[in-house]
Ligand binder design. Structure first.
Ligand code: NAD
Length: 343
């Protein structure tokens, strides 16, 4: 068999549990025969410590060259300090669609039929970063204002991505989620664009629209009726944590940030400071993020094999990490997945 040409991918281990779960993922990909050259780069607190800069130019230059990155979670100080590096990376590389799948693997009798993909508009909305305080009297922070910006262009490319994703992945329905009843301008524009695009796909992909609060309730009551969901930035962020919870927690759900010129793959979860350094983090989410990367570069077959080994290991529940009810370390779980791969 001829060996495939090595793919170059920027690897950002990240903060907290990041280095251990990305190491585990690199080990799994190697065991699965993926020929990847990793260009290791820093970002987040690790980069502040090493270079005094949370997002060094060398890291940006690497992603610009490879156009692909696998990223561990990055720490963002709450309320003050530097702005989120994740948000900065999405802006820098114009990663307009955030694809977050949540699928039931560990059955618990409550949510056994979940197979939902959330496509979140990733560059605008309330996360666009237009924020300021207004001073009143002696109080410099008497009023805080954050603006949500929706553009026809931004809404259109994210929503179109969701419909195209549905078509190419054999999905049946796209639900457009919004709050246009209250936010008539910004959310109204998103819904308006969504309905127009839905019409273009009539007969090929079913569609519906739902108000975000009703959607949140229905996701918990009857998650099996959802397929692909497309929504604005903040709603997508919140709902994708909700769908992670439906399928067993944050340790299991990955996210792909897709742009025209680059794509960054990661876990939905953060740096898990409460368990960092203990060797017990669940690496599944980043591993599944790496599978999304393989899908993205046309190595879907290898991705399916890896997913199969992960799912079998999880279903067996013998060697799984604490967050999903086991006692295995990150390393023991990774060994078990690799053993499955070779079985
Ligand atoms: P978190 O996702 O780090 O942790 C929430 C809970 O889930 C914790 O109890 C944690 O132990 C658990 N958890 C998360 N991932 C796990 C895993 N792989 N295995 C086992 N348990 C896991 O959320 P947080 O505590 O709100 O955030 C911590 C830091 O992470 C913050 O600085 C935040 O800004 C950052 N963050 C980064 C990203 C990212 O880089 N994409 C995403 C979310 C949060």
């Amino acid at each position: 068999m001829t060996k495939a040409k090595a793919l170059e991918v920027t690897l950002i281990p990240g903060d907290g549990i990041g280095p251990s779960i990305t190491d585990a993922t690199v080990r799994l990909l190697e065991a699965a025969g993926a020929t990847i050259t990793w260009d290791r780069q820093l970002a987040g607190m690790a980069a502040v410590t090493a270079h005094g800069d949370p997002i060094p130019d060398t890291t940006l230059a690497s992603i610009r060259r490879t156009r692909l990155a696998l990223k561990g979670p990055l720490e963002t100080p709450v309320g003050e300090g530097f702005r989120s590096i994740n948000v900065a990376l999405r802006k820098e590389f114009d990663l307009y669609a955030n694809v977050r799948p949540a699928k039931s693997v560990l059955t618990n009798g409550r949510f056994d039929n979940v197979d939902i993909v959330i496509v979140r508009e990733n560059t605008e909305g309330l996360y666009i970063g237009i924020e300021h305080y207004v001073k009143v009297g002696d109080d410099p922070r008497a009023v805080a204002q954050s603006s949500a910006v929706i553009t026809r262009f931004g809404a259109e490319r994210a929503i179109r991505y969701a419909f195209e994703y549905a078509l190419t992945n054999g999905r049946k329905k796209v639900t457009i989620v919004h709050k246009a009843n209250i936010l008539k301008y910004s959310q109204g524009l998103f819904l308006d664009v969504g309905r127009k695009i839905a019409k273009e796909y009539e007969g090929r992909v079913q569609s519906e629209d739902k108000i975000v609060d009703a959607c949140a309730m229905e996701l918990v009551m009857r998650p099996e009726r959802f397929d692909v969901i497309v929504t604005t930035n903040l709603f997508g962020d919140i709902l994708s944590d909700l769908t992670s919870g439906l399928v067993g927690g944050l340790g299991l759900t990955p996210g792909a940030n897709i742009g025209k010129d680059a794509a960054i793959f990661e876990a939905v979860h953060g740096t898990a400071p409460d368990i960092a350094g203990k060797g017990i983090a669940n690496p599944t989410a980043v591993m599944l993020g790496a599978c999304q990367l393989l899908d993205h570069v046309g190595e879907g077959k290898r991705a399916t094999t890896i997913r199969g080994a992960i799912e079998a290991t999880l279903r067996e529940r013998k060697t799984v990490t604490g967050d999903v009810g086991g006692t295995a370390t990150t390393e023991q779980y990774t060994d078990a997945v690799i053993a499955r791969l070779k079985a």
